[in-house]
Design a protein around this ligand. Structure first.
Ligand code: CP
Length: 317
């Protein structure tokens, strides 16, 4: 994380040790969730704002539940019901949220770089909760935690795992953050996508040659430990990036036939929200090796870890 003030803007803000420590801390906070009263009185004096300029279900609610479990007070800002609709600027909005006494701003915006800009304007830490096609670091961290838990990985050493990331890489901030995190932790990462759904290599922020690319999902499926499906982002897709949903399903959709050739120990992940019947067939989405529900639960523990670490600089209570 950046030193002068602990922002979490990009996954590259974190060293490998910081990722490991956050995963350890998340596993501690997951234990808190199992208590009869799933709260710890550690951030009673703190106020956290979720400032979402773009819709969200999981990320916003997960950060809010996490902050409340740490006993912080939570202020929710939603652009659609705010003075943004009267023309107030993002800068004035951010300054107002800070001046309301907030200790941490958690920001989502449809344009890449807005959380980074806000971090320059305000003197409190900022967490990027998803900016355009750019980054979604808390999603990548909760996915690292989920993979660690599922495969009983010690010390976040992913070197024995092959992870296939499938679909609309071009428009996916989740893909950018996850690819970077998984490569950093030593996983073999294979990206499965049509060329029209891939960004230029330099936009993936990983060393050259550290990721393999293929268009053929069927070829890689039998060897994957983790199949990570991405949402088809119709709201961000350029015209003609893909002939149509039917062709996408044929080439990259996970149906029962494809699921059957996967390793018995393999798991299926997706950041949500899912398009049932597109990235994943409706019945397959409910298979026991689909970890989507676990990802949501683990998101609370990881976001508790992120908020706690940013506001206390500590990895233990
Ligand atoms: N995974 C994710 O970012 O979901 P939301 O858009 O619902 O927050």
């Amino acid at each position: 994380m950046t030193k002068e003030k602990k922002n979490l803007l990009d996954i590259s803000d974190l060293s490998k040790d910081e990722i490991k420590n956050l995963v350890k801390l998340a596993s501690f906070f997951a234990e808190v969730a199992k208590r009869p009263v799933p709260k710890v009185p550690v951030l009673q004096a703190k106020q956290v704002v979720t400032a979402f300029f773009e819709p969200s279900t999981r990320t916003r609610l997960s950060f809010e539940v996490a902050a409340k479990r740490l006993s912080a007070s939570v202020v929710t800002f939603t652009a659609a019901t705010s003075s943004i609709t009267k023309g107030e600027s993002v800068k004035d909005t951010a300054m107002t949220l800070k001046n309301l006494g907030s200790d941490l701003l958690i920001v989502r915006h449809a344009s890449a770089g807005v959380p980074h800009q806000i971090a320059k304007w305000v003197d409190v830490p900022v967490v990027n909760a998803g900016d355009g096609r750019h980054q979604h670091p808390s999603q990548a961290l909760l996915d690292c935690y989920t993979i660690s838990e599922n495969f009983y990985v010690t010390d976040c050493d992913f070197s024995g795992l092959e992870i296939g990331i499938v679909g609309d890489i071009l428009n996916s901030r989740v893909a950018r953050s996850c690819i970077e995190a998984f490569v950093r932790l030593g996983a073999k990462v294979t990206v499965v996508a049509a060329p029209t759904l891939l960004p230029a290599a330099e936009f993936l922020s990983v060393p050259e040659g550290s990721v393999s690319f293929t268009e053929n999902l069927d070829e890689v499926l039998p060897r994957l430990d983790v199949l990570y499906l991405l949402r088809v982002q119709l709201e961000r897709m350029e015209k003609n990036a893909f002939p149509g949903v039917r062709e996408y399903v044929t080439r990259f959709g996970l149906d029962a036939g494809r699921a059957a050739v996967m390793k018995k120990s393999a798991v299926i992940m997706h950041p949500g929200p899912i398009n049932r019947g597109v990235e994943i067939a409706a019945d397959v989405a409910d298979y026991p090796n689909v970890l989507i529900g676990e990802q949501v639960k683990n998101g609370i523990a990881m976001r508790m870890a992120i908020i706690y670490y940013i506001l206390t600089s500590r990895y233990e209570l």
